[in-house]
Write a protein that binds this ligand. Structure first.
Ligand code: ZN
Length: 176
């Protein structure tokens, strides 16, 4: 059985960059997928905050790429928190097919509450790396994604610098 690696943490922690680096470092054929819900990037490209780009297939669910795996040994998944919890079944399927899976996703939402699908993914993974960002307020290690615009209360508000900032726990707690 191949392993499941998870790269998680708050926003602006470099999760996507780490995912792309790990995919590019492999000698195997890989496929990068991301959820359709993420409209920050142009079609079929994953773009990191520091400008690195990689081709990706936009899907509603991971099983949408099951027909494309004949020559693939590694599947990378970006923004995994946006997939429904059916992603768990799909990951089991990939594992049974002997495919290595590298997953990047936000562990917690803007209220510091865990994303359900990520909690389950982490519990079935073989390795977890929690990356940290830099606090936008004090410069210490940041682990929280803070929503600057609190007008919207939905968990899945898509956006980057205009809506969110990384904060350390202390600054985050002071901000709410
Ligand atoms: Zn701080």
């Amino acid at each position: 059985m191949k392993e499941i690696q998870v790269i998680t943490g708050c926003m602006f922690a470099g999760k996507t960059t780490e995912l792309i680096n790990r995919l590019r470092a492999t000698n195997d054929n890989y496929l990068l997928v991301k959820p359709v819900i993420d409209n920050r990037d142009s079609e079929n490209i994953v773009c990191t905050h520091d400008g690195v780009e990689e081709k990706a297939i936009r899907v509603h669910k991971i099983s949408d790429v099951f027909t494309l795996l004949s020559n693939i040994q590694v599947v990378g998944i970006d923004e995994a928190q946006f997939f429904r919890t059916s992603i768990i079944q799909d990951l089991h399927y990939l594992k049974e097919k002997n495919i290595k899976i590298i997953i990047a996703g936000l562990e917690k939402d803007y209220l510091n509450k865990p994303f359900k699908s990520m909690t389950q993914i982490i519990s079935m993974s073989d390795s977890v790396v929690r990356l940290k960002a830099i606090c936008n307020n004090c410069g210490k290690d940041a682990t929280c994604s803070h929503r600057k615009n609190t007008a919207s209360k939905q968990q899945l508000l898509i956006g980057a610098e205009n809506f969110y900032e990384a904060l350390c726990e202390e600054c985050f707690n002071n901000s709410i």
